[in-house]
Design a protein around this ligand. Structure first.
Ligand code: ADP
Length: 496
């Protein structure tokens, strides 16, 4: 039996493990869901033990299902939900509180306060992030405040970590307290230019350095898996945030390459190489990965309502019975007949950043029916993604050659074709859609020498389908103009 690689994909609603051949083929996978905890409106937590136990079960089950011998596992890579914040006791590993999940808004006022005190520009400059409660920094400060933990933290008794760090501490022999540069770049405490925790930001939030993990490469052996788990020590050789791993798993290794993941939301990342591009269009700058001590940077933008728009059509509007039905319904008409849906249900993100916008359906006529609205919903996912790509192109000064896609809604061929048409860029779908897990497995394989170079990992990426743009320029221009007008109607709707 040849060697295999395993990815631990610790997500927001489930923990997953995937066993890959070194050619990038999926041999087995197993997922375990765990509960979401909502202590108050807008607050989201996870039980740390649920995260840990579900991940260990996913791992042991995936290995069992694959039938591979434990001696054939060359390495394990970790990829994870980002920004989720944990604090645990350095001696016992016991968490002081539930994990505060990235979605949790409990620290929104702390962020407002930072901005009011003039820290907004420094945060952008140092971390590449737009100040927000989403990132770990204020979540950690909240825990230190609420539980009065600063003295213990200063004495070195506590560890802070994101989920990668928490899993590494618990799963790796000797309890290393580490995080990788991609996860660090989501904390709002990490200077992405110097690749170190930023003393000024630590001071502002009063976070003791003693509790922070050591920042390591995304592809490096952190240590050996606790032999109690699979009966044998195995190198744990990669850590990367989910979107970063997906960019790697999509083989977007050259500057200018872009991927978009169509899940509940959409996440678009563009590799910008060693260039730390500062966005003028509301995008984030982040570490794509760090290998051999060298950071590769990326621009990132997200669409809040991606596949969730289709869930809304199904669950709230009852216009479709299943997400996949949206494709046939959309194709039953030639166009939306001038209808646009702007799914700004929770406001608009990049490049608009208008929290006061709300969902809008415009251009209705007496002839508008269900298929026009369904089609408008799918097109809206593509328009929002095109907006991100246009923002990236404006920041970088060139249009990407192609868009690599994955995620649940990329199964929709109507959506993918419309995406190619509206961007005038080919859309490329790979054979292995689990690009996040694949990226983590490849990063781990690279660290243990399964692949001799970063370039060699691209052999694991195989093209499945290419959607070539096929729309006349005038039509594209007219449609995009209509979308912009529709967005204009959605903006600034809520009185404030
Ligand atoms: P997540 O990882 O965010 O849970 P997934 O990658 O599993 O998301 O994708 C699920 C999302 O994709 C759902 O929001 C669903 O509505 C959407 N989706 C799934 N299949 C289709 C389809 N054929 N057409 C359009 N949307 C789809």
């Amino acid at each position: 039996m040849s060697k295999v690689l395993i990815a631990l994909d610790q997500g927001t609603t489930s923990s997953r493990a995937v066993v890959f051949s070194t050619e990038g083929r999926i041999l087995a996978a197993h997922s375990v869901e765990f509960p979401q905890i909502y202590p108050q409106p807008g607050w989201v937590e996870h039980d740390p033990l649920s995260i840990l136990n579900s991940q260990v079960t996913a791992l042991t089950e995936a290995v069992r299902i694959s039938g591979v011998s434990v001696t054939d596992i060359a390495a394990i890579g970790i990829t994870n939900q980002r920004e989720t914040t944990l604090v645990w006791d350095r001696k016992t590993g016991e968490c002081v509180h539930n994990a505060i999940v990235w979605q949790c808004r409990r620290t929104a006022s702390m962020v407002d306060d930072l901005i009011a005190k003039g820290w907004g520009d420094a945060i952008r400059e140092k971390t590449g992030l737009i100040p927000d409660a989403y990132f770990s920094g204020t979540k950690l400060a909240w825990l230190l405040n609420e539980l009065d933990l600063r003295d213990a933290a200063r004495r070195g008794e506590l560890c802070f970590g994101t989920v990668d760090s928490f899993l590494a501490w618990h799963l790796v022999e000797g309890h290393p307290h580490v995080t990788d540069a991609t996860n660090a770049s989501r904390t709002m405490l990490f200077n992405i230019a110097t690749q170190d925790w930023d003393d000024e930001l630590l001071h502002v939030l009063d976070i003791p350095r003693e509790m922070l993990p050591q920042v390591v490469d995304s592809s490096q052996v952190i240590g050996m898996l606790d032999p109690a788990i699979l009966g044998r020590p195995i190198p744990v050789a990669a850590m990367a945030g989910d979107q970063h791993a997906s960019l790697f798993g999509q083989a977007c290794l050259k500057p200018g390459m872009v991927k978009n993941t169509y899940g509940t939301g959409c996440f678009m990342l563009m590799n910008t190489g060693d260039q730390l591009v500062r966005s003028q269009n509301g995008l984030l700058t982040t570490v794509a990965w760090r290998i051999g001590g060298k950071p590769v940077y990326a621009l990132e933008g997200s669409v809040f309502m991606g596949g969730a728009t289709i869930q809304w059509l199904r669950d709230e509007m009852h216009l479709i019975a299943s997400a996949s039905e949206s494709e046939a319904v959309a194709r039953s008409v030639d166009s939306t007949g001038g209808v646009y849906l702007v799914p700004a249900f929770t406001g608009l993100g990049a490049p608009y950043w208008d929290m006061y916008s709300r969902g809008t359906l415009v251009g209705l006529t007496r002839g508008t029916g269900r298929p026009h609205v369904v089609r408008a919903a799918l097109e809206a996912i593509a328009y929002q993604s095109a907006d991100l790509m246009h923002a990236m192109a404006a920041d970088c000064g060139f249009t990407p050659e192609a868009l690599q896609v994955d995620g649940g809604a990329s199964a929709n061929k109507f959506l993918m074709q419309f995406q190619a048409d509206i961007m005038n860029v080919p859309v490329v779908r790979p054979q292995v859609m689990e690009t996040t897990a694949l990226g983590a497995a490849l990063l781990a394989g690279l660290a243990v020498g399964v692949y001799a170079s970063v370039e060699e990992t691209t052999k694991a990426w195989q093209e499945d389908l290419v959607f070539q743009p096929d729309m006349a320029a005038e039509e594209r221009t007219a449609l995009l103009k209509g979308w912009q007008r529709a967005v204009g109607r959605a903006k600034n709707w809520i009185e404030h």
